[in-house]
Design a protein around this ligand. Structure first.
Ligand code: CMP
Length: 147
């Protein structure tokens, strides 16, 4: 992976940052780093310690849990928030299906995002709730006891 600073114009085009004005976008551009990944590159591995939060700028990745695909992430989506929020291992493996461009935030930057950018933290919370419900639905469909 090779890295660049994030230009404001490209941040503006990302749905996660849609509620941010230019001042916030300028602050954001100092937080994240642009990275590029090759197809088949593993960006997060289930069970590993997680130290990065990723926003997908371009490309597609598959999200897999226990060897099964449970979702995909593409332009405007993000991943890696769960392990950072609770300090537990990665809940899923995320592997690039195509070449990708991403913005990566380290834990300090991620928590700055949550603290200082309310429109961003609200979207992260909303998506996190959706992922939790999807996981519950999948467990119910699989007929797990207590699901
Ligand atoms: P984390 O557990 O840190 O690492 C794996 C990531 O996959 C997880 O955070 C979420 O960001 C992401 N993830 C988990 N479940 C889904 C899902 N159903 N759809 C998309 N992404 C998911």
């Amino acid at each position: 992976m090779f890295t660049y600073m994030v230009p404001i114009e490209s941040l503006r085009a990302i749905e996660l940052f849609a509620g941010c004005d230019d001042k916030l976008l300028r602050q954001l551009s100092r937080l994240g780093t642009e990275v590029h990944a090759k197809a088949r590159q593993v960006l997060a591995r289930e069970g590993d310690v997680g130290r990065e939060f990723y926003v997908v700028v371009d490309g597609l990745a598959s999200v897999e849990h226990a060897g099964e695909r449970i979702g995909t992430v593409q332009r405007g989506d993000f991943f890696g928030e769960m392990a950072l929020v609770d300090g537990k291992p990665r809940s899923a493996t995320v592997v690039a299906s195509t070449p990708m461009t991403l913005y990566v935030f380290d834990p300090r930057e991620f928590f700055s995002l949550l603290d200082a950018f309310p429109p961003v933290s609200k979207k992260i919370l909303t998506t996190l709730a959706g992922r939790l419900r999807a996981a519950q639905d999948q467990r119910s469909d699989a007929g797990e006891v207590g699901a």
